[in-house]
Ligand binder design. Structure first.
Ligand code: SF4
Length: 210
């Protein structure tokens, strides 16, 4: 079986079982999503969702956050981990949004990754969920699962992103990511994956090696 066939089987399985998967970060506009995604690095989405209501109440848009003082932002995001860097980056990002984009969130990979604290993962979250553009989000679940299945053989997120983009239709990149992450949380967990109840075990490289 080639990777394209394997990918199609996995995509069908995800679509059949996690049809309604969605972004687990709470947001109401592009500004809120880019802030929440930036905060989610090495932090659970649940924790981010506990933090962001206070953050957005204090700083409802890029203009407000651009003028925030560091200590106040740091106090709000403290429980997100790496909070000093995250607070600094949030303010810098907001300043750049105001100075370069009129306070709006841009819609290209190049402009997004030029913002403080915004890597390709965050940029692809924005491109897919806000602007409905192609781009595979490679988080810890996608990285683990795509390697276990045998869709890729790499630790490099950029290489994984490029290879998955070749295997999945661009219009499905965003929903595929949400479904894959749901599958990773429920079945193909980092520790003790539930292989015996997994619907793609018959085509999984990791399962074949057990
Ligand atoms: S068989 Fe196991 S390792 Fe393979 S995709 Fe399913 S849960 Fe993950």
């Amino acid at each position: 079986m080639d990777k394209q066939q394997l990918s199609q089987i996995f995509e069908n399985y995800l679509a059949g079982n996690w049809a309604h998967a969605r972004c687990s970060l709470n947001y109401e506009n592009p500004f809120q999503l880019i802030c929440a995604t930036a905060l989610s690095a090495q932090c659970t989405d649940k924790r981010v969702n506990e933090i962001t209501p206070n953050l957005f109440r204090a700083y409802p848009d890029a203009f407000a956050l651009a003028n925030a003082d560091y200590d106040s932002v740091a106090a709000i995001v403290k429980s997100a981990g790496l909070y000093q860097t995250k607070a600094k980056n949030l303010i810098s990002m907001a300043k750049a949004l105001v100075e370069r984009h009129g306070g709006e969130v841009p819609d290209t990979m190049e402009e997004l990754t030029a913002l403080a604290g915004v890597g390709r993962k965050t940029a692809n979250v924005i491109l897919g969920n806000i602007w409905h553009r192609p781009g595979v989000v490679v988080d810890t679940h996608v990285k683990r699962i795509s390697n276990r299945l045998g869709l890729v053989n790499s630790d490099d997120p950029v290489k994984i992103e490029r290879e998955l983009e070749q295997l999945i239709d661009g219009e499905n990149h965003c929903i595929w990511g949400h479904r894959c992450i749901s599958f990773g949380r429920e079945i193909c967990t980092a520790k003790s994956p539930k292989c015996t109840i997994c619907g793609v075990k018959d085509v999984c490289k990791y399962y074949a090696s057990l």
